[in-house]
Ligand binder design. Structure first.
Ligand code: HEC
Length: 196
């Protein structure tokens, strides 16, 4: 009798367990798939509301900031060849007083903390006589010239153009200051290089 009951209970339990197991496995199999597909399908539908939500939130609080942000990126610096057309060498001479702490600017070509700047336009970097350059500037000179473009980059940030240079000068942030200084550097020669 109790053996019969055990069999029945066993059968019931077995069925329940089997049902649960099937349900569990079914869930594993089918729960996994749906997220993959709807994710792809919903992406289309949700992309717009999501974008609208994120765009909407800052739009309320920071619309001016959002509008102002693209402005600096959109502000394109004219190439140095263009800026030199309106550059002012006299103003450049004033700005270049900051350079004179380290550079001689007369035709003595004397070296100070930095190499003499006489005839620097179109010179090979790292080649001024008697100056002990960093290896980095000498290496830069293997492939480059101090043309207007490179001078513009150099004066924007010497360390960005030639990492490891020992010219301890942060750079001239204003494109027009650099153009003026370069126009002035050009005059430091008996034979100024042609303008671009
Ligand atoms: C704190 C000192 C210092 C100041 C200020 C400074 N320089 Fe220099 N400059 C140097 C040194 C040092 C070097 C050599 C860099 C090297 O060998 O890595 C150098 C190198 C140069 C070179 C490369 C010359 C060559 O023969 O290859 C140019 C061009 C130059 N400087 C221009 C300027 C100009 C223009 C200014 C001002 C806007 C300026 N520097 C301000 C110290 C200075």
């Amino acid at each position: 009798m109790s053996l019969e009951l055990n069999k029945i209970l066993g059968a019931v339990l077995g069925t329940v367990t089997f049902t649960l197991a099937v349900g569990f496995v079914t869930e594993l199999v089918f729960k996994k798939e749906p997220p993959a597909k709807p994710g792809f399908e919903i992406a289309v539908a949700e992309a717009a509301p999501a974008a609208a939500a994120t765009a909407g939130a800052p739009a309320a609080a920071g619309a001016p900031a959002a509008a102002a942000a693209p402005a600096p990126a959109a502000e394109v610096v004219a190439p140095i060849a263009e800026r030199l057309k309106t550059a002012d060498a006299a103003k450049g001479a004033t700005t270049a007083k900051a350079c004179a702490a380290c550079h001689s600017e007369d035709n003595s070509g004397a070296n100070k903390v930095g190499p003499g700047l006489w005839n620097v336009v179109n010179r090979k970097p790292g080649t001024h006589e008697g100056f002990k350059y960093s290896d980095q500037v000498v290496a830069f000179g293997q492939t480059a010239t101090w043309d207007y473009d490179n001078l513009d980059k150099w004066l924007t940030s010497p360390k960005a153009l030639v990492p490891g240079t020992k010219m301890a000068f942060a750079g001239l942030k204003k494109p027009e200051d650099r153009a003026n200084v370069i126009a002035y550097l050009r005059t430091l020669s008996d034979n100024p290089a042609p303008l671009p």
